[in-house]
Structure formats: C-alpha cells, structure tokens
Design a protein around this ligand. Sequence first.
Ligand SMILES: C[C@H](O)[C@H](O)[C@H]1CNC2=NC(N)=NC(=O)C2=N1
Length: 101
Amino acid sequence: MAVEPLSQKEIEERLSELPGWSLDDGRLTRAYRLGSHFAAVSLVVHVARIQDELDHHSELTLGYDTVSLAVNTHSAGDAVTGLDVELARRVEAVAPAHGAR
Ligand SMILES: C[C@H](O)[C@H](O)[C@H]1CNC2=NC(N)=NC(=O)C2=N1
C-alpha cells in the first residue's frame, strides 16, 4: 500500500492532537522522561512491540531515564505520513502506564 506524504498543514493539524510531539528535521519526535531506568527499558520494549505490529519503526533511543523517538517514512522518501502519526498515537496511548511524562 502506497503511503502519501502529509502536507505541512496536515502535519500541524495532527500535531495539535499530540501534545509533546513536534516536527524536527523532517521527523515526528518526542522525548519521554521515566521514573527509573527500568521503567524506560520497559517503555522501549512496549514501543518495539507496537512498531513490529505496525511494521513501522522509529529511531528509538534509550537513556538513563529517557526514551526518545524520531520517525518518518522511508518508503515515502523520508516524508511524514499517516503511519508516523499512527505510531505516535499508539505510543501516546501506552506511555502513561509506564509513568512517562
Ligand atoms: C520491509 C519493511 O516492511 C519495511 O522496511 C518497513 C519497516 N519499517 C519502516 N519504518 C519506517 N519508519 N519507514 C519505512 O518505510 C519502513 N518500512
């Protein structure tokens, strides 16, 4: 299935419903802070499962108590698409249960 790049306006509309997410250097990005290193690892594992389910993968970075994501769609020429928004929404839905803020 071909995925189309979102326009700048479409990206801004989607971002208005994703607090904490922004467009940075052509990718949707968000950094979370967790309550411990183990909580951060746990969120990474959960995100990895979501990414495999969606077959869509961010650059996912683990710090001591931080988890950062940056994603665009390689198959759409590294544009931001609905797949990136879907991944962001799915991660937002589970992050609070890990104590992410
Ligand atoms: C073969 C596999 O489905 C593709 O390489 C998928 C995997 N994950 C992906 N992730 C992202 N961010 N963009 C892609 O185009 C992409 N393609």
